[in-house]
Design a protein around this ligand. Structure first.
Ligand SMILES: [Zn+2]
Length: 183
């Protein structure tokens, strides 16, 4: 059930009070990242406080989109960005965004750019090169792909050429690769 899956995978953040932290003790708690920017110092201390600054000191399920610590509002922005991406594309999106998006990239534009760039998950670069070549073949030629000369093509070499001219491969968690067109 999609709702359950989302709940399990939902990004979470541990938000702590910086003033307490600097004084040598931890005041904080885990929160859903999509509402991290709504957490107040009073929420964390369970009473009125003059401590003001909150900070994300730990997080989970951001798939690499956040590294290290950040502000609660940044965590919320990244969580909202992930929520726009279908679950099965969140991992490649996080990799693409971390690798290619500018730090001050407009999130909505980043999603559009990712959709244009993402070429799917493949077993290997050679695998992608072979499929890419097939796209440019006529139906007649496709029927011949098991015959010479198609069966004699060195797809590793073909991939090397392809991936040095506009395509990029990044390791996918399952052992394959994500392919991106980066122009
Ligand atoms: Zn505090």
């Amino acid at each position: 059930m999609p709702a359950t899956l989302t709940a399990i995978d939902a990004p979470r953040v541990w938000i702590g009070c910086l003033a307490c932290y600097n004084a040598g003790y931890l005041t904080g708690d885990w929160h859903d990242a999509d509402v991290a920017d709504l957490v107040t110092p009073e929420d964390l201390h369970s009473k009125p406080t003059d401590h003001e600054e909150l900070w994300v000191m730990d997080h989970e399920n951001f798939l690499g989109l956040i590294e290290g610590e950040c502000s609660p509002s940044h965590a919320t922005e990244m969580a909202e960005l992930l929520a726009e991406i279908p679950a099965n594309e969140r991992q490649p999106f996080a990799i693409w965004f971390s690798t290619y998006a500018d730090d001050d990239a407009d999130p909505a534009a980043a999603v559009e750019e990712f959709r244009d760039a993402f070429m799917g998950e493949w077993d290997s670069e050679a695998d992608f090169a072979r499929e890419r070549a097939a796209l440019q073949m006529t139906e007649e030629e496709k029927e011949l792909t098991t015959c010479w000369p198609f069966n004699a093509i060195n797809w590793d070499y073909a991939a090397q050429e392809l991936f040095s001219s506009g395509f990029d491969a990044e390791a996918a968690p399952g052992g394959g690769i994500y392919v991106f067109y980066i122009g």
